[in-house]
Design a protein around this ligand. Structure first.
Ligand SMILES: *[C@@H]1O[C@H](CO)[C@@H](O)[C@H](O)[C@H]1NC(C)=O
Length: 162
């Protein structure tokens, strides 16, 4: 099997008009995480996703002065849309092409990223990485530094990424 087919897409389903993700009180609900049909079935993935979201929820709650957390997330098992992206390897990323502050479309994780604990040393704990990517997808926060996108559009102006 081509190793690329092993890429997973964990899909934060956001409808085009308004996000599918809602804030109910202080808890985010309707967060959808989907596993690509191209990913070999592996029960450990579900546990790792649960751990990641649970840890991320505590981290988010802490980071935002106890204002919000993840109340409810749905894990969809295949079939689902895949969007393998060899450019990123195992590194998680967020599709966010809009202006700074615009919502992104989804966060992408690979099965290897979720299953290989050695990668935690490289990227930090999965819950924290999830919240970091969440900031991109939900609030359109840009990376503090970005070699690939050193500039961004803001109110019709071009700004340096910072
Ligand atoms: C886990 O990731 C490390 C670092 O990339 C790699 O050296 C190792 O072979 C991986 N382990 C497995 C089981 O794939």
């Amino acid at each position: 099997m081509d190793s690329r087919t092993v890429f997973v897409l964990l899909w934060m389903l956001l409808s085009s008009t308004s996000t599918g993700i809602k804030l109910d009180g202080n808890g985010y609900v309707d967060v959808v995480i989907a596993i690509s049909s191209k990913v070999p079935q592996d029960i450990r993935l579900i546990d790792k996703i649960k751990e990641m979201v649970t840890e991320g929820s505590f981290y988010l709650y802490d980071a935002l002065d106890e204002k919000v957390y993840f109340r409810e997330a749905t894990i969809l098992v295949p079939p689902q849309i895949d969007n393998a992206n060899p450019a990123y390897g195992v590194e998680p990323y967020t599709n966010q092409y809009g202006e700074c502050g615009a919502e992104g479309e989804y966060i992408h994780f690979t099965p290897e990223y979720l299953l290989n604990d050695t990668l935690i040393e490289l990227y930090g704990s999965r819950g924290r990485v999830f919240v970091h990517e969440w900031a991109h997808v939900r609030w359109g926060v840009y990376d503090e530094c970005n070699g690939e996108k050193p500039f961004y559009h803001s109110n019709g102006h071009i700004e340096a990424t910072r």
